[in-house]
Structure formats: C-alpha cells, structure tokens
Ligand binder design. Structure first.
Ligand code: TYM
Length: 340
C-alpha cells in the first residue's frame, strides 16, 4: 500500500526562533517519531525560498545547523525519513513554473505574507516574494504530501496548495495531485485545537519573528540560556491579574502558557489548571524561564555533538530519493499539460 507523506520545511535565513521550533520543528519531530513506520517523513530545506530575503554568506552554515536541530530535537532516523535541499531537486522549480500558469493573480495578491513582506514597496519587492506560495505548493504536491506541520502563518499557503491541486486535477480530469488535508484536519493531526502562533515577547499581538529588530522580543535557538530566561522574565503580560488561556484578551500570558505546555509536552489544559486562581504572573514566568533555560542548554549541547559529515550523508541519500519521487510526479504533470 502507498504510504502517506508528512512533509515540512523551514527557511534558513539567520537563526531560528523558539517560534519556528515550537510551531513547526518540534511538531514534525513528534509526528515523525509517531508515524515513520508507515509514513514517509520528508524534511527539506527550502533554500530557494530562503533567497527571497537577504542573501548572505551564512546560508550553507544555517542549512547544516537546521538539519542538526531536527536530530537534536530527538528525531529518530529510519528508512522512511528523508532529508533534502530544495535546490538540489530541480523538479521544484519546474513544477513551480507550470503551477504559475494555473495560479490566479487575484488569489496570489491576497496572500497575507506577500502583503506584509512587500508592505510599502510593492514596486520594488522582488517577484520571488509574490511567487513564493506557488513554490511552496510545488514542494508539497511533488511528494503527494497529505500532512504538512507548519505554524498558523502558513495555513493560507496550504489552502492555496489545495486550491491549485484541485483546479489542476479538475482541468485534466485526473488525480495526479494528492490534495493535502484541510487545515482543521492538519491541526487535529498535530494533536492541537488551533494552529500555533508563538507570540513576540514584547508585543504579544504579533508573532515571534526572526526578523524582529528587538532582541528581547524573540528567543533564538542559539541564545545564551540565561539571557533567554531573562527575556521570559521581562515578557509583556497584562494587568488583569488572572492566569487563563485567552489569546485575544491576554496574549502575553497565554503565550507563556502555550510555551510551557509545548516544551513540557503536556496538554495546555493541565498547564492552565496548575495556575488557576493565581493573581500574579511571577510564578508562571519563573516556571517558563526555567523550562526555556533547561531546554536551551540541553538542546545546544546535543547540537554540538552532531557532525557536519552526518548531515552531509543524510542529504546525499535523501536527495536521491527526492529526485526519484519528484521527477516521476513532474513527468506525470508534463504529460498532462502536453509538454511530454
Ligand atoms: P518559515 O521559514 O517562515 O517558518 C518555518 C516554520 O516556522 C513556523 N513559524 C511559527 N510557528 C509558530 N509561531 C511562530 N511565531 C512562528 N514563526 C514561524 C512557520 O509557520 C513555518 O511552519 N514558506 C515556509 C517554508 C516552506 C514550507 C514549504 C513549509 C517552504 N515550502 C512546504 C512547509 C511545506 C516559510 O517561509 O516558513
């Protein structure tokens, strides 16, 4: 029987944040360890997506480090676990072009990340920023992926991927593309009640982002654990004086509860219950700060133990697999549109 595929990717611009880790990397690792006996686990580095933002000399270094992060987070390797770089599988770029010819300007213009990233300079924003959701759709459709663990900010791109797949299948009366599961099923598969959006520690209305210029607003996976703990202790909360999970009215406190639950791998509910009735946030902050500090020291020590050679071997093997799977899917698509 054909195995379903679980797939994800994280861009490698600069250092990853705790948001990337808790929103995508850790869910992927947990899902992989649970399902790798009967699912393909595809973990790739979207290096082509990475160059839509600043192109610096650190791409290769960041790429290797990101793969080490999956291993340090406890990913168990096995014959169904595959690592690859997007640019080493040319089918991604080729399918993007073909899908471009099926994507509508209107739906692309509505992509929130495009609107945010090109805000204020629509005329000089690069075309890659506009087109990147189509490349993301190609990343997913080439491998017939059904589940794509990502943070909530990527859900709109998953919906676009579904729309493109269904449009293409309908047009050619085929089932060439596997349509990824709808968002609510993705969330359920990750064992969550909602998509994840870890918040900025200074302005919890916003998501925690690598590109934030304020160091106190984000925790980087390379942060000194003591410094990270201090950032948690000084995180913005509110003056309501009650600990409850309410992202709308109490995003700062809710964010801390969320971080604690994810790091401890405990249900959010039980973490919330543990603080029920407290009118001060000190204990909660101290607990999160300790948890983050322990996590970072342990994690960083594990990362340091993984060799570059190990990463290199994983990529070489994974890219042979990826080129085979993606090449075969691309050929089906090329035939459908009349290119072959
Ligand atoms: P990227 O590189 O911006 O982010 C990587 C992953 O981290 C998640 N994330 C967060 N989750 C929760 N809270 C946050 N504050 C937070 N910040 C980031 C993102 O949702 C994402 O899952 N286009 C994608 C990369 C990509 C991809 C793909 C993902 C390219 N092709 C195919 C899955 C499948 C991106 O730019 O994510």
């Amino acid at each position: 029987m054909k195995k379903d595929t679980i797939l994800t990717g994280i861009r490698v611009n600069g250092e990853l944040t705790l948001g990337n880790f808790l929103g995508a990397l850790l869910p992927m690792v947990r899902l992989a360890n649970k399902h790798s006996s009967d699912h393909n686990i595809n973990i790739f580095v979207p290096d082509l997506h990475t160059i839509i933002a600043s192109v610096d000399g650190d791409l290769q270094k960041n790429l290797v480090k990101t793969i080490k992060y999956y291993l340090a987070a406890g990913l168990e390797l096995g014959e169904n676990v595959h690592f690859y770089r997007q640019s080493y599988v040319p089918a991604h770029s080729e399918l993007t072009w073909i899908l471009d010819c099926f994507a509508h300007m209107g739906e692309m213009r509505r992509m929130i990340q495009y609107k945010e990233k090109s805000d204020g300079d629509k005329d000089t924003a690069n075309v890659g920023v506009f087109n990147y959701p189509v490349l993301m759709a190609a990343d997913i459709l080439l491998y017939s992926a059904k589940f794509i663990p990502v943070g909530e900010d990527q859900f709109q791109h998953l919906e676009l991927t579904r729309d493109l797949a269904m449009r293409f299948n309908r047009k050619f009366d085929t089932e060439i593309f596997t349509v990824p599961a709808p968002t609510h099923e993705q969330v359920k598969f990750m064992n969550l009640s909602d998509g994840l959006r870890i918040r900025d520690l200074v302005n919890p209305e916003k998501k925690m982002s690598k590109s934030s210029p304020n160091e106190k607003a984000k925790i980087l996976l390379s942060d000194d654990p003591e410094v990270a703990a201090k950032k948690i202790m000084s995180a913005t909360t509110d003056s309501l004086g009650r600990v409850q999970f309410d992202m709308f009215n109490q995003p700062g406190v809710s964010n801390l509860l969320q971080i604690l639950a994810l790091l401890r791998d405990e249900p959010l509910e039980s973490v919330v219950n543990a603080y029920a009735g407290e009118t001060q946030y000190g204990d909660l902050k101290a607990a999160v700060a300790t948890e983050v500090k322990l996590f970072l020291s342990d994690f960083q020590a594990r990362v340091a133990e993984i060799s570059d050679a190990k990463v290199s071997t994983l990529l070489t093997t994974g890219e042979t697999y990826a080129n085979e799977v993606a090449g075969a899917k691309l050929l089906e698509v090329q035939k459908a549109v009349g290119l072959r």
